[in-house]
Design a protein around this ligand. Sequence first.
Ligand SMILES: C[S@@+](CC[C@H](N)C(=O)[O-])C[C@H]1O[C@@H](n2cnc3c(N)ncnc32)[C@H](O)[C@@H]1O
Length: 331
Amino acid sequence: MRIDVITLFPKMFDGPFAESIVARARAAGRLELVIHDLRGWARDRHRTVDDVPYGGGAGMVLKPEPLVPAIREIKGGDGHVVLLSAQGRRFDEATARRLAEHAHLVLVAGHYEGVDERVIESDIDEELSIGDYVVTGGELPAMVVIDAVARLLPGVIDAASLEEESHTTGLLEGPQYTRPPEFEGRRVPAVLVSGDHASIAKWRRAEAVRRTAERRPDLIDAAALTPAERARLPRPAAKAPVPDADLVAAYRSGIGSYRIAAHFGISPATVRSRLRAAGVRLRAARSTPRGPTAAEVARMRATGLTVRELARHYGVSHVTILDRLKKDRSK
Ligand SMILES: C[S@@+](CC[C@H](N)C(=O)[O-])C[C@H]1O[C@@H](n2cnc3c(N)ncnc32)[C@H](O)[C@@H]1O
């Protein structure tokens, strides 16, 4: 595989890829990594690659003139061009596997305020983000992508070790131990020193499921679990009940029962009956129709939100949402 990187700071790549697995992959000829200085494509005396943003605002934007020719020259006929961007799709193990299938990747590291949008429209195949935070430039994100992809290339890492790793099967890996068998009174689980490989495999699988359910419940739904494994999953902890005092304080501050219900995730009827039980005199219902207009609801519904999501969004009941949708249709 060949990976080209276009950057304003080529030296940043020297250290990280001179060591360890990526260095070995390069030395073994499994990965060709070429770092390009974007300024090499600048045509003016000052080697300008950025300019102020149209419409004003802080920072500088990478210009299209040096960047587009750089991308086109480097990608040749087969390069898949990836822009590292805080606005991209979240990079994950599945994406690393997909990228590892390409023979040639071109990674573009943005800097300053980012890249002129026309470059993205015309020459970028996909945008990837390494997480929901902003770093100074695309260099570190590009390194993350290179490392995650390089270790998946055939022959770079022992295939068995890849198979058991976190995220490979959609699960986190279970706990690992090494010698000594006892450290500060903590013993290695007996099964791991039993020599019984079938039991060890079973234990590891069960630990991976348990750990994923505990730490990343968001991954568990999509993980390939057997019906028995799914049945054994711990039940999600029940939410702490909302104290009456919080409901009363919210109501006394002038907020209506529908909004309070949406905020605490309980039904409006429950809010009203608990307020009454707490001795609160409920305000008379408003004479003007509450909540959004039929047209507003219809517009939001067209964006794909469900009735339940709309009810939560507007802080009204789902009956109100259905009523507004009906009114809109009968217009
Ligand atoms: C300071 S950031 C620009 C952020 C941009 N103004 C925005 O609000 O999305 C400069 C560059 O760092 C890179 N970058 C920042 N955060 C990133 C992230 N989470 N994932 C990938 N690249 C990122 C991008 O290449 C970006 O062009």
